[in-house]
Design a protein around this ligand. Structure first.
Ligand code: NDP
Length: 291
């Protein structure tokens, strides 16, 4: 069996086009363009790359973006003061604090300082808390898990009672992913570094989301035939044949898994583009909430 590809790049392209059209309509009505502010603290090279790609994506759909950078030596008070300034700035509808923050800064306090109406990353404790509670709705859902849900539901629109396994329990991917799957009525198992018999647990999954950050850890014989496999992992593996000296690979061994799974996301071109598309969608939503 050869799996169908869940083409995140193509789905994301459609979402971006829809956002661009909605932004153009807002402008035609005389409303301001939605605005996204990014806050980058320190000089983590990967964070710089991510932030740049978010600004570029904003520009392509007509969202205004504002980049703020603070040195790695910035104090907790300075970072929180910047966030409060952006909370009060009417041009800014969404605030994205690029994670991870340099050590010494209290991430939870910084995220808590973001106004929940501008929390386009969905990491504010109130938004996450609402995601976890029955009958409550967050204003924003974290972008990577939200993008994974779009891909999963494009393969399997009805998740009622399906067995879903999430590999990883991080605040930004694994845990909100599990919460979203529970809300969609899947029966969810969350695995992590202490899970026993991981392969056997994963083999029960009708839907598998891998977010561990370990290159090609999930092998073909871990996968239930016909399963939906979503690979969040983005791992750099040395490869001297590539111009950059490395290639990107997921947490799933794609070549093995595609022979067993029913649907699978590639890396790159799967979850990555969806994350940015969801950020644009959330920023548009924030602008609409603001009026
Ligand atoms: P974290 O390092 O925060 O979390 C990793 C999780 O995997 C932890 O819960 C950890 O368990 C678990 N884990 C680690 N090793 C094992 C193991 N051997 N067996 C079982 N579980 C294990 O990573 P993130 O959630 O931030 O990211 C995960 C991956 O997703 C990374 O490759 C990252 O680059 C990628 N990513 C991709 C995005 C995209 O847009 N495509 C966005 C965000 C992340 P424990 O809790 O016990 O330590």
């Amino acid at each position: 069996m050869t799996a169908q590809i869940l083409d995140g790049a193509a789905v994301a392209e459609k979402i971006r086009a829809d956002v661009a059209q909605a932004v153009a309509e807002r402008l035609a009505q005389g409303r301001p363009a939605p605005g996204l502010a990014t806050v980058l603290v320190g000089d983590n090279p990967a964070s710089h790359v991510y932030v740049r790609s978010k600004h570029k994506a904003c520009q392509q759909v007509g969202i205004q973006s504002f980049g703020y950078e603070l040195p790695a030596t910035a104090s907790q008070a300075e970072v929180e003061a910047l966030v409060r300034e952006l909370n009060a700035d009417p041009r800014v509808n969404g605030i994205l604090v690029q994670l991870p923050l340099p050590s010494g800064l209290d991430e939870e306090r910084v995220l808590s300082a973001i106004s929940i109406e501008k929390d386009v990353d969905g990491f504010h404790p109130l938004n996450i808390g609402r995601l976890a509670q029955k009958g409550r709705d967050p204003l924003f859902v974290p972008c990577t898990p939200a993008g994974c849900m779009v891909l999963i539901e494009s393969a399997l629109p009805d998740l009622n009672g399906v067995n879903a396994v999430v590999l990883g329990r991080s605040n930004i991917v694994g845990m909100p992913m599990a919460l979203l799957l529970v809300r969609a009525n899947a029966t969810v198992t969350v695995c992590h570094s202490r899970t026993r018999n991981l392969r056997e647990v994963v083999r029960q999954a009708d839907v598998l989301v891998a977010a561990v950050g370990r290159a090609e850890m999930v092998r073909g014989d871990w996968i239930k035939p016909g399963a939906v496999v979503v690979d969040v992992g983005m791992n750099r593996v040395e490869d001297p044949t590539r111009p950059k000296g490395y290639r990107l690979t997921g947490d799933v061994c794609f070549d093995e898994a595609k022979e067993v799974a029913g649907w699978i996301t590639p890396v790159p071109g799967g979850v990555g583009p969806m994350t940015i598309a969801m950020l644009l969608q959330n920023t548009l939503r924030a602008a609409r909430l603001a009026g």
